[in-house]
Design a binder for this molecule. Structure first.
Ligand SMILES: C[S@@+](CC[C@H](N)C(=O)[O-])C[C@H]1O[C@@H](n2cnc3c(N)ncnc32)[C@H](O)[C@@H]1O
Length: 249
């Protein structure tokens, strides 16, 4: 790993509007599906691996819930706190600098756990098992997860993800794992490519600024490789969005 790897990594992502692909339209679809199935209003929501809180703020604007936003990188949370104050939402958002694998919340507390592009960092199945006790009976979990959308990826895509995320699975595998972990699958769809395009556009802008400041770095090359890989392997992989409901076992 090149010198200053983490420093360059966080510097790149700290100023991004979001730290991973996601979009309001997909969040809306998930929330609408949830309200059809849901037992009453959302009062308590957790956003696991919230980053600088794009999803948290969206949830605060579109629900009346109190939101616990958890991430293990404090500067992201500080940015979320500033933005929440600026948008008049700070009253309903509490940040937690903590590990998603050891969330500091009481059992059966949440109506909804929300986690975009983060569960994989502690392992998808591990996240589903660890977070289930925090949901009350019939409560929901929304999770987005990088998946293979083809059984025959290009050698380049296969090699890249063998390095970056060797456990990457297909939607069918993730659905089976969710059911085995004690959830019903209420809704599932692929995050539209436009969410990736927007994220990659923002990332390219940041890369340009930081390259001009620091020159080349391994972090920048890796990000550019991922952007190119997505462009050259349309439809081969992407985020899969799942709306799950805790079942009684
Ligand atoms: C890909 S980003 C997604 C951020 C945000 N959900 C979004 O969509 O913009 C993953 C986030 O998980 C956080 N993270 C990584 N490992 C973590 C852990 N063990 N506990 C808590 N947060 C973690 C990172 O700091 C980062 O903010």
């Amino acid at each position: 790993m090149e010198d200053n790897y983490l420093e360059r990594f966080y510097e790149l992502f700290e100023q991004m509007p979001r730290q991973g692909p996601g979009d309001g339209d997909s969040a809306r679809r998930l929330l609408d599906a949830l309200s059809v199935s849901g037992p009453g209003p959302l009062r308590h929501i957790a956003d696991m691996g919230c980053g600088s809180g794009a999803g948290t703020l969206w949830l605060a604007r579109h629900t009346d819930a109190e939101i616990d936003a958890l991430d293990n990188y404090r500067p992201f949370l500080q940015r979320l706190e500033r933005e929440a104050r600026a948008q008049g939402l700070a009253q309903r958002i509490t940040t937690h600098a903590a590990d998603m694998a050891a969330p500091p919340f009481p059992p059966e507390h949440f109506d909804l756990i929300w986690s975009e592009g983060a569960a994989y960092l502690i392992g998808f199945t591990q996240a589903l098992a660890l977070w289930r006790p925090l949901l009350h009976s019939g409560a929901h979990l929304v999770v987005t997860e990088m998946c293979w959308f083809t059984d025959t990826p290009s050698p380049e895509a296969r090699a890249f993800w063998a390095e970056g995320y060797p456990e990457m699975a297909t939607p069918a595998q993730r659905i089976a794992q969710a059911k085995a972990a004690g959830y019903k699958v209420l809704r599932r769809f692929r995050l539209p490519p436009r969410a990736f395009n927007r994220f990659h556009r923002d990332l390219r802008q940041r890369l340009e600024i930081l390259r001009a400041r620091h020159g080349d770095h391994q972090v920048y090359r890796e990000c550019e490789q991922e952007i190119a890989l997505f462009r050259d392997n349309r439809g081969a992989f992407g985020y899969f969005c799942l709306l799950l409901q805790k079942t009684d076992r």
